[in-house]
Design a protein around this ligand. Structure first.
Ligand code: SAM
Ligand code: ZN
Ligand code: ZN
Ligand code: ZN
Ligand code: ZN
Ligand code: ZN
Ligand code: ZN
Length: 502
C-alpha cells in the first residue's frame, strides 16, 4: 500500500518496510518516497515516525544504504541517551514518595518538568520551582505540565473543559465504561478524577501518549509511553500487554477509543496504527469481536476525504471541538473563527446527541445532529455545511459551497471573489486542502498568532524534557552542527534534497 502525502512525499506502509525499519529514539522509522516525475528513479528513505521537524529527530537512512557496525552502535547509544531519565517503574516509586511528603516539601521543577524529591533540590535551586504541590494539582497533570508547543511534532492542544465534559457525557450516555485515550491526556485526567471521586457509573481509562512526562503521575496500567505514528510502545511487550489487558472487556464493560492526534500528522500512518489497536482489541481476552472498535477520531474537517479513505465507515459530526491553548480554535471567541476541528466516528451519528444549548439540532432526513446554521439542501439531499456556516447550493457545480464563494466561469468552479483566477485548485501550500490558505492552516499556523499565544509563557522544547546531562551533550552537539552546513529538510516538508546526516 502506498499513500500519497501532499508536497511530494509519500509514506510506504507495508510489512516488508516495517520488518526492516531501523530504529530512531522514537521507535521504528517510517519508509518514505519522494514523488518525482515518472521517468525519474525514486530513492526511498527511512525517517523518524514522530518528528516532522529535523530539529527534533534528524534520523535519516536511505532504504538501500549499508550501515556500518560502528554507526549502528553510535545510533543505539543515541537512542538510549534520548530515553526518559527514569523508567516508568522508577517514576511510580518517585510518585509514591512524593505524595507521602508533607505539603511544604512537595516541589515541582517547572524548568525540568519534574516532581522533585527533597534530596534532588540542590541541582534545581536556580530553576523555577513550584512549591506546595497539592493533591488536587497532582490530579490535573495537564495543568501542571506546560503544553508541548512544537507544532510540527507535538502540537499539544488541550481540550477546553466544555469539550472534555461533552466527550465524557456522551461516552457515558452511549454506555461505554472504558476509554482508551490516544493522545488525549486531558480526557484521561477527567476520567481519572471522576474515578477518584467515586462517581457512578465507574469509568476507567488508559492514556497512550508520546509525552513521557505523564509517567510521573500514572501507573503502568493507566499510562503507556506510545508513538501513534508507528504503534510503538516504548515500554515494550509489558506495555503493549497492559494496553491489551485494558482493551479486554470483562462484564460487558464496553470500550471506546478517543484520539486527537497532532494535525500535522500523516493520516495514513495514523490509520495504519489505529488498525493495529483494533487488532489488539480483537485479540484481547481471546474473545472474538466481529464488530468494529468504536472510535472518536478528532481532527479538522478538511481531512475528511483522507480519513474516509482509510476508514470508509466513519462519519463526520458537526460538533466543534475547542481547545484552551489554541488561539484560532476557541468556541464563540469574539471575532475569531469557529473551530474547524470535528469528531470522526464509526458509531451511528444519530446516537451521538450534540448539546441543544449550543444550538445543535437533529435533522430527521440526515438522521444526525447538525450545527445551528447548517441547512438541509434539497439538491444535495444533505446538511452540507462543514464549517458551521450556512452553505449555499451552486447549480453549475451541482454542490453546496461556502457562503463567501461565487461561481467563476473561467475556473469552472466556485471560489472566493478575489481568488487568483486560473490558479484555483492548488489549495493550501502546506497540507493541500482547498478549504483554506496556508496562513490559516492548522498544520503550520499563523506565526503572529503563535507568538501572541506564547508571550508570557516559556516554550518547552524537546530539550527541556531531557535530563541535564543529555541536554548539555545535545547543546554541544548542536553548536558543533551549527558550525557545519545547515541541514534544512523534514519529511513532508521537503523543499530541497535530503542530506545525509548520520
Ligand atoms: C492535539 S493534542 C491533543 C490533546 C487533547 N486535546 C487533550 O486535551 O487531551 C495531541 C496529543 O498527542 C500527543 N502526541 C503527539 N505526537 C504523538 C505521537 N507521535 N504519538 C503519541 N502521542 C503523540 C501529544 O503529546 C498530545 O497530548
Ligand atoms: Zn525519531
Ligand atoms: Zn530543574
Ligand atoms: Zn439534513
Ligand atoms: Zn447543495
Ligand atoms: Zn460553482
Ligand atoms: Zn477564476
Amino acid at each position: 500500500m502506498a499513500e500519497q502525502e501532499p508536497l511530494g512525499i509519500e509514506v510506504i506502509l507495508d510489512e516488508e518496510a516495517e520488518s526492516r525499519a531501523p530504529m530512531c529514539p522514537h521507535g521504528p522509522a517510517l519508509l518514505f518516497a519522494k514523488v518525482k516525475r515518472k521517468e525519474e528513479q525514486v530513492r526511498r528513505f527511512y525517517a523518524c515516525a514522530a518528528c516532522r521537524d529535523r530539529k527534533d529527530c534528524n534520523f535519516f537512512q536511505w532504504e538501500d544504504e549499508k550501515v556500518s557496525e560502528t554507526r549502528l552502535q553510535a545510533r543505539e547509544e543515541i537512542n538510549r541517551s534520548r530515553q526518559p531519565p527514569f523508567t516508568h517503574t522508577e517514576y511510580v516509586e518517585r510518585y509514591q514518595s512524593f505524595v507521602a511528603l508533607p505539603l511544604a516539601k512537595r516541589k515541582f521543577c517547572a524548568d525540568c518538568q519534574l516532581l522533585l524529591l527533597p534530596e534532588e533540590w540542590g541541582p534545581h535551586s536556580a530553576h523555577c520551582l513550584l512549591s506546595d504541590v497539592s493533591l488536587a494539582q497532582l490530579k490535573r497533570p495537564s495543568r501542571l505540565l506546560l503544553p508541548l508547543e512544537n507544532k510540527k511534532t507535538n502540537a499539544q492542544y488541550l481540550f477546553a473543559d466544555r469539550t472534555c465534559q461533552f466527550l465524557l457525557d456522551i461516552i457515558i450516555s452511549l454506555g461505554f465504561r472504558r476509554v482508551l485515550c490516544v493522545g488525549t491526556p486531558r480526557l484521561h485526567e477527567f476520567i481519572q478524577m471522576r474515578q477518584s471521586e467515586k462517581k457512578e457509573p465507574v469509568m476507567r481509562s488508559q492514556l497512550l501518549d508520546i509525552d513521557f512526562r505523564y509517567s510521573q503521575f500514572y501507573s503502568q496500567e493507566e499510562f503507556c509511553h506510545y508513538n501513534m505514528f508507528n504503534h510503538y510502545f516504548f515500554g515494550g511487550k509489558f506495555a503493549s500487554e497492559a494496553c491489551q489487558r485494558f482493551l479486554c472487556q470483562p462484564n460487558g464493560e464496553s470500550v471506546i477509543m478517543v484520539t486527537d492526534p497532532p494535525f500535522g500528522g500523516m493520516v495514513e500512518a495514523l490509520a495504519h496504527s489505529f488498525k493495529k489497536v483494533v487488532r489488539l482489541w480483537k485479540t484481547s481476552c481471546d474473545q472474538a469481536h466481529n464488530e468494529e472498535l468504536p472510535m472518536f477520531w478528532i481532527f479538522p474537517y478538511f481531512f475528511e476525504p483522507r480519513i474516509l479513505q482509510c476508514f470508509p465507515t466513519f462519519a463526520l459530526l458537526d460538533y466543534q471541538v475547542d481547545y484552551d491553548n489554541h488561539a484560532l480554535y476557541k468556541h464563540g471567541h469574539s471575532g475569531r473563527k469557529q473551530s474547524p476541528v470535528r469528531i470522526f466516528t464509526n458509531l451511528p451519528p444519530k446516537d451521538v446527541v450534540l448539546p441543544a444549548e449550543e444550538g445543535y439540532r437533529f435533522c430527521s432526513l440526515c438522521q444526525r445532529y447538525i450545527s445551528s446554521e447548517n441547512k438541509h439542501c434539497e439538491s444535495c439531499q444533505a446538511c452540507t455545511s462543514k464549517d458551521g456556516r450556512a452553505w449555499k447550493h451552486c447549480q453549475i457545480c451541482n454542490k453546496c459551497v461556502k457562503p463567501s464563494w461565487v461561481h467563476c466561469d473561467s475556473c469552472g468552479r466556485c471560489a472566493l471573489q478575489e481568488h487568483p483566477c486560473g490558479k484555483v485548485g492548488h489549495g493550501c501550500f502546506t497540507c493541500g486542502s482547498t478549504e483554506h490558505k496556508r496562513r490559516e492552516c492548522p498544520v503550520s499556523e499563523n506565526r503572529t498568532t503563535m507568538k501572541k499565544l506564547k508571550s508570557g509563557k516559556r516554550k518547552i522544547s524537546e530539550m527541556d524534557k531531557e535530563p541535564v546531562a543529555t541536554k548539555f551533550q545535545r547543546q554541544t552537539q548542536a553548536k558543533r552542527a551549527r558550525k557545519k552546513k545547515k541541514v534544512k529538510w523534514a519529511p513532508g516538508k521537503s523543499k530541497g534534497k535530503p542530506k545525509k546526516k548520520k
